[in-house]
Design a protein around this ligand. Structure first.
Ligand code: N01
Length: 553
């Protein structure tokens, strides 16, 4: 077995400045991209803001952080040796275990030697004459590459609320997405948590166990389902290892990148007692199983209301104070149209004497004061504030890279009314720029590892195709992009998703255009489409050679 190092890697300042590819981000996307590019004989450097690999699992170190996709499903499939060597311990892996896995992968494939850590990309400029990208960093250096590949993650640009007074707060404040590496001990402290998405819902039960008093500031209640987490048995692990490639092949053909157990009947066709019993069985299995119970739960409001009310009843049965239970019961969006949370003891936490729920729709936060949080109805004095307030999802990190394409057009201007891409892989006017799990691809609606692998392999194959054909540029055509954006919207409009004010639509960021960003058509159908396009000589893209660029990449 390869040794695992979780220690910060040294920063490597490379003397070579010209690469075939610059990859941005050393999360699961950037790591596999680098590995694949090396395998295909391309030179590459990965630029990463953190001190180590892991991406989202490097930054999100808050108490209780776990993946909501089961650990056996949330791992790379490109190396059978890797999956045989690595052993997951629990059904849902903790953040430290996933970070150890990322480091194990980096060690095994010797990835760090081509990574530049503690370096943030600040500008990315396309030079049409040379057909190259120049990528500038906050270290003042720059790299030149034929291809720029963004593995920047969908949930990596964390967002603080716009409350005044945060800087005057005398205690300590934290964002779940940028948690201190040394951890935080809340023992005996009065704590405010603002935000009740996945990060809040996972951290609240553990913070409540330490804090003397916990105030949870909730703007919108979320639906949360029990994880029913448990240790994995050696038999389960060994069985999975033996069937690994077959399981992964099947997962790649599903809608969400995970083998589920979908029931294809309508929730409205069965009698209420049967429906209740089906929900109950799936609730007991834990995780996302419940939403697979009937085919139309995410399609019609009437069907959705059956599962929504089932979950509200669970909340009422768990939370002893009926007023708190009602405040926790979501009513403003259909279940599943915001990312469902998977929790351990979340609702039960509100039965603790040291936990209070503040409904900030009724009693809004006015500002942060030096001693805590000021609301319309009074002050809450605390020693620490946890902002579990989410991310500028899907576009935030990409737009922070200062991307300028042909004729100096900025990506942020092109996307001023919302992101536009062909397949979530490329944007017209930005040749040789690829976005791994970009907006317009299944990305956040799927098992991210499956979607990352599919994109990385498609991009690597594409670069190899260009090389074989003496070409060195590829750019999405505007008409193909327009048609794809229409298709993405058309499919989303057939679902209930657009009804929620979710980060899928950018609704959590004031002023962000309201556009449904991920592709709801499912990873299986999506991958088939990508394959067909490649097989047709990259239909919808313009491939070319740049005279001045000389030899192909
Ligand atoms: O962020 P969120 P998150 N004042 O945007 C509230 C993935 N993830 O970090 O709903 C007060 O979901 C906001 O309220 P509202 C997963 O895909 C996965 O929790 O906008 N409150 C909401 O309650 C997830 O969906 C895992 O009204 C404010 C919360 O803050 C995604 O990351 C774990 C506010 C933000 O919730 C994001 O999750 C963690 C304000 N000004 C994350 N602004 C797992 O794998 C926002 N809020 C389990």
């Amino acid at each position: 077995m390869t040794a695992i190092s979780d220690a910060p890697a040294e920063i490597r300042r490379t003397s070579a400045k010209e690469f075939d590819c610059v990859v941005v981000g050393a999360g699961f996307a950037g790591m596999y991209m680098l590995h694949k590019l090396r395998e295909f004989g391309f030179s590459a450097i990965v630029v990463e803001a953190g001190t180590g690999v892991g991406g989202t699992w490097y930054w999100n170190r808050y108490p209780g952080a776990r993946c909501d996709v089961e650990s056996l499903d949330y791992q790379y499939s490109f190396s059978d040796e890797l999956q045989r060597e690595w052993n997951w311990s629990e059904r849902y892996a903790t953040q430290p275990e996933i970070l150890r896995y990322a480091n194990f992968v980096a060690d095994k494939f010797d990835l760090r030697r081509d990574m530049q850590f503690e370096t943030r990309v600040t500008s990315s400029v396309w030079d049409d004459a040379r057909a190259r990208w120049t990528v500038g960093t906050d270290r003042g250096d720059s790299h030149s590459a034929k291809f720029l590949i963004a593995g920047t993650g969908c949930l990596s640009a964390s967002r603080l609320p716009d409350y005044e007074g945060i800087d005057d707060f005398k205690g300590n404040w934290y964002h779940t997405g940028q948690w201190p590496h040394e951890g935080v001990d809340f023992t005996g402290r009065r704590v405010a948590v603002i935000g009740t998405g996945s990060s809040g819902i996972q951290s609240i039960p553990l913070i409540a166990e330490q804090a003397s008093q916990l105030f949870v500031f909730q703007r919108t209640p979320n639906f949360s389902l029990p994880a029913n987490n448990a240790a994995l048995t050696p038999e389960r692990v060994s069985d999975h290892k033996s069937n690994f490639q077959a399981i992964k092949a099947q997962a790649r053909q599903t809608a969400g990148g995970v083998i589920a157990n979908p029931n294809m009947t309508s929730a409205l066709e069965v009698d209420p007692a049967e429906r209740e019993s089906e929900f109950e069985t799936r609730w007991g299995q834990g995780g996302f199983q419940v939403i697979q119970a009937y085919a139309d739960l995410l399609v019609t409001n009437q069907a959705n209301e059956t599962i929504a009310e089932f979950v509200r009843n669970k909340i009422r049965q768990t939370v002893k104070d009926p007023k708190i239970a009602e405040a926790l019961a979501p009513r403003d969006h259909p279940l599943g149209t915001k990312r469902i949370c998977i929790d351990t003891n979340y609702y039960d936490t509100y039965n603790r004497d040291n936990v209070a729920l503040i409904n900030i729709r009724e009693n809004p936060i006015e500002r942060i004061i030096p001693t805590g949080v000021r609301t319309k109805e009074g002050d809450f004095e605390v020693d620490a504030i946890v902002f579990a307030t989410g991310f500028d999802a899907m576009t935030g990190a990409l737009l922070s890279m200062g991307i300028e394409g042909q004729a100096g057009v900025k990506l942020k201007d092109k996307w001023a009314a919302g992101p536009r891409t062909f397949l979530g892989l490329q944007a017209a006017g930005f040749p040789n720029l690829f976005t791994i799990t970009g907006p317009g691809s299944p990305s956040v609606l799927s098992n991210m590892i499956i979607s990352i692998e599919q994109h990385v392999e498609w991009i690597a194959d594409c670069l190899a195709y260009l090389r074989e054909h003496g070409l060195d540029t590829i750019e999405a055509n505007l008409d193909a992009e327009d048609a794809w954006v229409d298709h993405v919207n058309e499919l989303a409009d057939k679902t209930l998703y657009p009804q929620a004010n979710s980060w899928y639509l950018g609704a959590n960021v004031p002023g962000k255009p309201r556009v449904f960003m991920p592709y709801v058509g499912g990873v299986g159908a999506y991958a088939d489409r990508c394959r067909e396009i490649a097989a047709d000589g990259y239909e919808g893209f313009t491939l070319g050679t740049s005279a001045k660029a000389g030899a192909p990449a």
